[in-house]
Every structure is written in C-alpha cells, then in structure tokens.
Design a protein around this ligand. Structure first.
Ligand code: PRX
Length: 637
C-alpha cells in the first residue's frame, strides 16, 4: 500500500496545512478518495459548535473493517497484520497475516451473530492484550455493533457503571490476563460487576490463563466452543454491515473534572480517516515496517494507534501483553531486537521508569532497526527526552511528541518524523486540519508568539468526538460552553517564537497519572465511600516517574489508632470502587480542609502544600478558618 497523501517535506507540510485551512472540504475529500466506501458522501462537512453538531462525509456509507482488512487482501494478504508478543518471553510470539486476521474476524463476527448481536448493540470488552482482543473489536465493527473497551485495571464497580451507562447487553472477556508476575482474574471481576446488571444477556470468555472461573448456564459461553459451532456451520464469510458515516463506531469512557466518567463517542468515517491520516503522516510509516505501540487497547492510544490507524494503513502492528519491567527492565529492548521494530511509540512514564534502571538493561540489545520514536499521554521532560534520543534512538531517530486526547480521536499537534523539526518537550506544530487557538480566562484570543493560554480548537477535524453517550448536554457543557464557538481541551499551553506549541498540563481538576486521566472528584467520591471518612480533597503533585502523583487529604471520623491501617483500608476502597490505577500515592489525615465561607475547598492551597511549598500560599484571609492551613502544613507527608 502506498500513501499518496504522506507529506514528504517541510515545504509540503506548510502547503498542505494552508490548504486544509483555506479549503477544508476539498482537502478532506481528496484524502477520503483513498479509502473504500460503499457509497460516497453528499457533503464533506456540516457543523456548528453551539449544539454541537458535527458531521463528516454525510451521506457516505462504509465499513471500517473493509478498510482495515478486506482491501489489503489482494496485494498484501500475506503481510503480517498483527505480531503478538506474550507476557512471558518463553511463550512463542504469534503472527497473523491480513488474510488470517480477516478470516478470524469474520469467524468471530459470526459467533456474535449467532448470539444475536446486531448493528447498534453495545458490547463491553474487558480483556488482556491478546490477539482475540483485536479480533473482538474488529468483529463488533464488522457487524456495526458499538464496542466499549474497558481497561483491565478497572474494578467491578467501574464496569458496572459503564454497563449501565452504555446499556450494554453483551460482554467479551477472558478467564484472566497475564500482567508481569500477576494474573488478573478478569472473569471474576466481571462476575462481581454483573451482580446488579441482570440485563446482560451473554458473556463470551476467552481461555487464556486457565484461571478457574464459574460459568453461568446460558449466559456465559467459551469463545473456543462458540468458534467450533461456527466452523461446523461451514460458511466462514461474514458480510460487513453497511454503516452510515456518522453511525457510532465506539464508546470509550474517560474521566473529567466532575462526576462519573463519560462515554466519548466516535463515529465511523471521520474517525477512520483521521486515525489513518495521522498514523501515516506522524510516524511516516513505510511499507513493511514493524510498528510497536506499547499502549493498551483499553485506552484511546490503543484504539487509534495499535488497531485502526495501522490496520487501515496495511501496517504490521505489534501487540504486547506484558509490562516494561517483566521479567526485567530490558523487555521493550528485547522486543525491539527480536522483531526488528522500526517505530516505537510509548509514554514518558515508561521512559522515566526505564531510565531509573540505568543502561544495564540495554546491554547486548540490538536497537539498530529503530527509525522513529514517539511519545504520548503527558508532557515529556527534557531529561527523559534526551535519554530516549541518546540511548534508544542513538541520536539518529526523530522523536515525535504527539499531543492529543480521547476526545480528539487521533494526534492533533506533533512534529512529523524527520519532516518537520522536533523540539524537546514541545509537541510543535498542528497537523493539517487542526486549528489551535490560545485564549485567556475570558475567552479572548491570545495572538502572536511567545504567549501562553488555554488551548482550544476553532474548527472541527474529522476525528473529533460527536457526543458523550446518552447525554449530549454534558458534551456541550464540558467542551463547547466554556468559550463560545470553541472546543476547549482543558489543557494549558504556550506558543514559542516560532509558533511551536508546548502543552503545560491540565488546567481543570483532572490528573494525569502515568499518562492516564483521573478526575480528582472521582477519587474523592471513592475515598468518601469508606465508612470512616468524613470528607476528602484530592490534588496532584509532581512525581518523578508518574509525572503526577495523587495526594489525598482525608478527614477521618473518630479516633485514628492506627493511621497506616486506615491508609491501607482507604486504598482498598479506592481499588474496589475505581481500580488500582486511582490509588493515592499519599494520604494525609487532617482535622479540617481550607474552605471559603461559602464552603468551597481552596484546592490551590492544598496543591501548593502537596508540592512542598510552605511559604507563598497566596491569600488565605478569605478562609473560614485560616488555622487549618498551619495544621495541614505541619502534618505534610
Ligand atoms: O493533558 C493532555 C495529556 O493527556 C490528556 C489526554 O488524556 P487522554 O484522553 O487519556 O489521552 C491520552 C492519550 C492521547 C491531554 O489533555 N497529553 C496527551 N498527550 C500529551 C499530553 N500532554 C503533553 N504532551 C503530550 N504529548
């Protein structure tokens, strides 16, 4: 497969960018010609940010799996689509060609059909990083069922919340997932989640870890047994459902500053074009290269840059089941060496964590296949950037620092590998079709360079979210109401003298822990579920490895005989309600929280104390009881 729309020089980037702004519809129509449509569009773009209403390629019909699978078969059917690298290096890796993947997706789509899954149904997927996960996702898309993948680290309560919100009647899971030395008992977690979800009709279970599970008659089915039934039926073919451009492809839940996580909705056509276009251009993918994104399919990075982006481009994408430090901190480098990886895309947290092991894990690892490196999910500090550049890229591989969000569907601001210049800790320039704007608190545009402000978008791009599932008003309020006629990202940003963008972090109450988004309100709600807790306040603080750590101030009722035991208990509560990823790094018991007379917690003060600041806490005179500040400072941990 060749990519006529791959940008090849800096001059071309500027030209293309200009066209994407001055003639957006003509620009995207031209790119869309390189995809497989069942019917072409009547109108490329129809939009307003007021409602918001965004429609790309209106009137077109397609199926994304025909673009990810069928269209590659003739010329590239034997090309490897997915390389699966298991958690344990002593287990054999598996390669699936496009032909094989196509076959297995159709086979499993037939399993879903046999179990009455049809277009528009929501299917919750809770699996480890095994090929069946990719197959499950694509099989849903084949039938037009809406997948909602939930990361394997989330708790039963979180799954139950998502099942209710999405009204999902089908689940695909595994008996368990291997994760380093641990086995995560996924099916057991699902069983706990289903205690109050009797609307769930079927649970299909992949056997992976041989973890004992209980299978409920009629509801729970083994994947391999269902596949056998399809084999006996004889006909392996499964027609790809004809989807409207704006039909929902998937829901992915993500945290915000208030309430429960919301279901970000992406639709078929725009998302496909965006995931593909950004993949091909940012990583400058070349035919037959091996591409390794270390994310989990449970996050948007896995959706767009393990599955849909690479597969729609006919690329070879590597799925890794394990963790960077098992069996040792050389695991990534072993994989690069073993599979001759050309492009490596990972998170700054992983880089910082591996940096802390020094250079020994790199010894005797041949990394010479690497051509392009990438980072995603959080700001990368210069030290980590230079370590990555020097020790992994050997100063020969361009590093792309890709800024984007679950809501944007794909990369928005990034250099293009080897084409546009990199600048450490800067995401640099917007991709074609992306029109960033910085505004002040009141929404006035901040013009010129060497300025900073809140990052917004003033024009739609094909991959943007369309709504939040079941609650369009929440979508409007969260993203389109802070500033009129703008999409607000929630990020602070600066623009340097050359127009390069540097994301400085969230300006709302959302934390970014190890590249994962966690709302402070969500963690507080979980802590408050503990029956000994009166009130809590959660803030972020700088963490050497995770980027941000979680600091919780907790008012406990009654006596605190054994603070450590209480802490453990609270951590367990958070793990039960949200999942281990939301566990606070520090819990400080306090007698009161700094509140204004109207009862609002002054987080600014708590944030400063958590950061280790003791002097310049700002104005505390409006506090109901200024004395609590001294107590909190004294008790800091
Ligand atoms: O704050 C930004 C940060 O991650 C947030 C989006 O998180 P999520 O929806 O979970 O998606 C993560 C993977 C795309 C953003 O609002 N972020 C993401 N990439 C970068 C970043 N911050 C700085 N630099 C980046 N490259």
């Amino acid at each position: 497969m060749s990519y006529p729309y791959q940008i090849k020089s800096l001059e071309q980037y500027h030209e293309v960018y200009k066209k994407s702004v001055t003639q957006p519809e003509a620009f995207w129509a031209e790119i869309a010609e390189y995809f497989l449509w069942k019917k072409k569009w009547d109108k490329v773009l129809d939009w307003n940010f007021k409602e918001p209403k965004i429609q790309w390629f209106r009137g077109a019909t397609l199926n994304i799996t025909e673009n990810c699978l069928d269209r590659h078969l003739q010329e590239n059917g034997n090309t490897t689509a997915i390389i699966f690298e298991p958690n344990n290096p002593s287990e054999k890796s598996i390669s699936l060609s496009y032909k094989e993947l196509h076959f297995r997706v159709m086979q499993f789509a037939n399993v879903l059909k046999n179990n009455c899954v049809k277009k528009g149904d929501r299917v919750l997927i809770y699996m480890g990083m095994i090929p069946e996960l990719a197959i499950a996702v694509l099989a849903c898309a084949r039938l037009g069922a809406v997948h909602s993948v939930v990361f394997g680290g989330f708790s039963a309560q979180s799954i139950s919340d998502r099942l209710h919100d999405a009204k999902a009647e089908f689940i695909i899971t595994c008996d368990g997932a291997f994760r380093g030395e641990k086995i995560i008992p996924l099916k057991n977690v699902i069983d706990d989640a289903l205690v109050n979800c009797d609307f769930v009709k079927k649970v299909i279970v992949v056997e992976r870890t041989q973890t004992p599970v209980s299978m409920l008659k009629q509801r729970d089915l083994w994947w391999h047994e269902e596949i056998k039934k399809v084999e006996l039926q004889g006909n392996p073919f499964c027609e790809a459902e004809e989807m409207n451009a704006e039909d929902i492809l998937f829901i992915l839940y993500t945290s915000g500053s208030t309430g429960k996580p919301k279901g970000v909705v992406h639709t078929c056509a725009g998302y496909m074009v965006w995931a593909n276009y950004t993949f091909v251009n940012v990583f400058q993918y070349q035919k037959n290269q091996v591409y390794f994104c270390t994310a989990d399919v449970g996050w948007i990075t896995g959706h767009s840059y393990i599955l849909y982006g690479p597969l729609s481009a006919g690329a070879t994408t590597l799925m890794f089941e394990g963790i960077p430090t098992f069996p040792d901190a050389g695991r990534f480098w072993d994989i690069v060496d073993k599979h001759q990886v050309n492009i490596l895309y990972t998170a700054p947290t992983a880089i910082r964590s591996l940096m802390s092991f020094g250079l020994a894990p790199l010894r005797n690892k041949n990394l010479s296949s690497l051509k392009v490196l990438g980072t995603v999910g959080e700001p990368i500090n210069e030290e980590a950037w230079h370590w990555y550049d020097k020790n992994i890229g050997k100063e020969k591989c361009p590093i792309v620092d890709t800024w984007w969000q679950t809501e944007t569907g794909g990369i928005m601001i990034s250099n293009l590998a080897g084409i546009t210049p990199a600048k450490p800790s800067y995401a640099t320039l917007p991709l074609p079709g992306v029109q960033p704007i910085l505004v002040d608190e009141t929404g006035n545009e901040i013009v010129g360079n060497n300025v900073s402000g809140n990052l917004c978008m003033k024009f739609p791009w094909p991959g943007m979210l369309r709504t939040t599932y079941g609650d369009h008003e929440r979508c409007r309020q969260t993203y389109f109401s802070t500033y009129e006629n703008l999409y607000f990202t929630g990020d602070g940003c600066l623009r340097d003298a050359d127009g390069n963008y540097r994301i400085t972090g969230r300006v709302d109450d959302v934390l970014n822990v190890s590249g994962h988004r966690i709302g402070t309100a969500e963690v507080e709600n979980a802590i408050n579920m503990h029956n000994g807790v009166v009130e809590s306040a959660v803030v972020g603080y700088p963490h050497d490895i995770k980027g941000q750590g979680i600091y919780a101030y907790v008012i406990f009722s009654g006596g605190l005989n054994d603070a450590d035991l209480m802490r453990k208990d609270i951590l367990q509560t958070v793990t039960r309600i949200i999942g281990a990823i939301a566990k606070p790094d520090k819990i400080q018991f306090v007698s009161g929280l700094p509140k204004t007379r109207s009862g609002k917690i002054m987080r600014r003060i708590l944030r400063k104390i958590a950061e280790g600041e003791t002097e310049n806490l700002g104005d505390t005179t409006t506090l109901l009881d200024p004395n609590v500040v001294g107590d909190i400072k004294n008790g800091k941990i």
